[in-house]
Design a protein around this ligand. Structure first.
Ligand SMILES: Cc1cc2nc3c(=O)[nH]c(=O)nc-3n(C[C@H](O)[C@H](O)[C@H](O)COP(=O)(O)OP(=O)(O)OC[C@H]3O[C@@H](n4cnc5c(N)ncnc54)[C@H](O)[C@@H]3O)c2cc1C
Length: 456
């Protein structure tokens, strides 16, 4: 019997694991484990946790619709596997892999536990568009790509030659088995989460990642290049919250994008950035520890509270933080502007902003979020140069000339003229010019001594 553990793959089609289970022709137990660590500090009540649980509720419904069994358990994965293997004749555990330090440690533990029980453990690649190992072998490089453009060129050629189309096994073709009732009781979800899942079922039902993608490809893709930074009108796909929970796979996205010879180079480039960060998480040994590689002690958290609550007195920053806090969404351009403002103008270590986004973003992803924060604070491969400090006022004037985004999120400023609305308020907590100059000096100092990392 096979034990399949769902993770950031909350869907029932185009799953590498399903193809393997079907090929084995064996019965399978399907579980999704909510790990205490991942739900810590009230995460389930924040936008990122709510998004994940909404997708869990949706997956539960999909299984039920197909008349198949999915068990949602709460506990440590290795303990659960240990217990289940005493009750069920499990000889193979399959899952899809993840690359954060937490996930790697968890999977080592899981794999050791399985080995100790004489069970095979298989972790399949699912999240990247190009399979990491195949790409490394095909590109024939000993050194990792540290700059996006050369990476992207090779990545495009790789996909043109070797794109691995979506997996074909369907849930209804699998013979799912039922878990022992005692085990289900032992790893029962906390009441609060069970209640929340049932409350989320309604909104989960109305969510359709496939339709969102099709709508975008048919009607908005053609305008993407000009619309993507005009954040007052929503000009991007908003597929990230579904992609990051695995409710839709990146292979499905790529195959829909490229079918019928559609041209979507600018959009594909963004999917290229996504793979570039996932790639870095594997090849850059410092990716998850830049805060330890560099001495960030010259930075300070004094203004973090004003930034996170949207009280800096810089209208575009406060409007963006208000949108994030209320809705869990912030367009990409504003993520760059607010992140750079926090790390450079306010001189705050990036990890504070990273942690805040982890809770607040609906589409939170541990690798992409870290990648975005590293980029903004001039750390890591192909980051923005230390002397680049976006001016939030100029950015606002360029991308939202009539200030309609600010008017929507800061109605108290809606009486101001198109010219005035972008300008710092009298109570602004920082002088943009002076803080920019100081940031350049400070980051130059921080980055001094490890030129290898900044030169890419
Ligand atoms: C500080 C900061 C934090 C970020 N945190 C996250 C995060 O937690 N989760 C997340 O998914 N993205 C994050 N991003 C990247 C980007 O902002 C989002 O992917 C994008 O806004 C999602 O909107 P969309 O799906 O409409 O994107 P579209 O513009 O429609 O792009 C399609 C897809 O391409 C990928 N993509 C787009 N822009 C980027 C980018 N700059 N870097 C990497 N991949 C990209 C995403 O998977 C996205 O869904 C962050 C960026 C910054 C600057």
């Amino acid at each position: 019997m096979i034990l399949f553990i769902h993770r950031k793959d909350l869907r029932t089609y185009d799953l590498p694991a399903f193809d393997l289970i079907q090929a084995a022709g064996d019965r399978s137990l399907h579980v999704l484990i909510l790990e205490p660590f991942l739900l810590r500090n009230g995460r389930h009540l924040e936008h990122s946790g709510i998004n994940f649980l909404t997708h869990v509720a949706r997956l539960q419904e999909e299984y039920a619709r197909e008349g198949k069994l999915l068990h949602i358990l709460y506990g440590e994965p290795e303990v659960i596997v240990g217990k289940l293997s005493q009750i069920h004749p499990i000889d193979l555990v399959i899952t899809h892999n993840d690359y954060t330090p937490y996930a790697l440690k968890r999977d080592r533990l899981l794999s050791d536990t399985a080995a100790g029980l004489g069970i095979r453990f298989l972790s399949c690649q699912d999240s990247m568009l190009c399979d990491h190992n195949d790409f490394m072998e095909w590109s024939g490089r000993n050194e990792p790509f540290k700059v996006f453009t050369p990476f992207y060129r090779r990545w495009r050629s790789f996909l043109a030659e070797r794109f691995r189309p979506p997996y074909t096994a369907r849930l209804q073709q699998l013979d799912t088995a039922s878990l022992d009732a005692e085990a289900v009781a032992e790893f029962r979800l906390p009441e609060e989460i069970t209640r929340q899942l049932s409350q989320l079922t309604l909104s989960a039902r109305s969510m359709s990642p496939g339709l969102i993608l099709d709508d975008f490809l048919q009607t908005e893709l053609q305008y993407y290049q000009v619309a993507r930074d005009k954040y007052a009108q929503q000009g991007t796909s908003m597929i990230s919250r579904h992609l990051n929970t695995g409710a839709i796979s990146v292979r499905t996205i790529y195959s829909r994008l490229t079918e019928d010879g559609r041209s979507g180079e600018d959009w594909l480039r963004q999917l290229g950035w996504r793979d570039f960060y996932l790639y870095q998480a594997r090849v850059d040994p410092d990716f998850f520890s830049y805060e330890k590689v560099y001495d960030l002690s010259a930075l300070s958290t004094d203004h973090f509270a004003a930034w996170s609550s949207g009280n800096t007195g810089i209208p575009v920053i406060d409007a963006a933080m208000r949108q994030l806090n209320e809705t869990g969404w912030m367009p990409n351009r504003l993520r760059m502007i607010t992140a750079m403002f926090l790390t450079k103008n306010l001189g705050c270590p990036f990890i504070y902003g990273e942690r805040y986004f982890r809770l607040k973003l609906k589409d939170y992803d541990n690798v992409l979020n870290r990648g975005g924060w590293l980029w903004s604070s001039s750390l890591g491969y192909d980051a923005s140069p230390y002397f680049r400090v976006m001016n939030p006022v100029t950015q606002s004037q360029t991308h939202d000339p009539d200030g309609s985004y600010i008017r929507a999120w800061l109605p108290e400023l809606s009486g101001l003229s198109d010219k005035e609305i972008h300008l710092p308020r009298p109570e602004a907590i920082v002088d943009l010019k002076r803080s920019r100059a100081l940031a350049i000096e400070t980051y130059k100092e921080i980055l001094r001594g490890t030129p290898d990392v900044i030169s890419g």
